[in-house]
Ligand binder design. Sequence first.
Ligand SMILES: [Zn+2]
Length: 185
Amino acid sequence: MIRKLNQKSDTFQDPTVQSEMLKQQFQDWLAVHCAYVPDIPIKDLVVFSGPSTFVDFSNITSNQEQKIVRGPQIKKRIMGTFDQYPTCVTNKQTLKLLSQQLMKSHHPKKIDLISSGMVKPGDLLKGVRCPHCGYIPMQRMNRNWKCPSCSQTSPKAYLDAFRDYCLIKGPKITNKQCRDFFFID
Ligand SMILES: [Zn+2]
């Protein structure tokens, strides 16, 4: 697959091969974790959601073509699978157990943007950002946060800074790192 954007071309793996691989991995996962689930049909599709995406079908097989869907067609394609599989192979109780097992097995990928070199330490703007004017850093004053630029206060402004820190550095912070990031003693 080739993406042409801003006069630049990037090559990616065939997304239909990737979707087949994910389908196989999901089947393997089901066999290991959910032996109680009967053989359920699994359909793999590649969806191009951007309305302006041009898909050139001239050099692909009919198998690949059947797997590629453009955003607006997705509902029609999903509804079509009901006609393809008219018999119910499982029940609500099994589906509930399966969804619980899926949620339990989900491990979000942890990325430390600084250690991985994607963000340089010098690029990081430390401090609590003012929710009223965007100024950074706010100052900690009497159990509150005050903006030196617009003078507004916001006792909960630090929560967004914690969320930002979590996204950049991960879900753990030490006392020292917290003081350093928030400019507090
Ligand atoms: Zn402000």
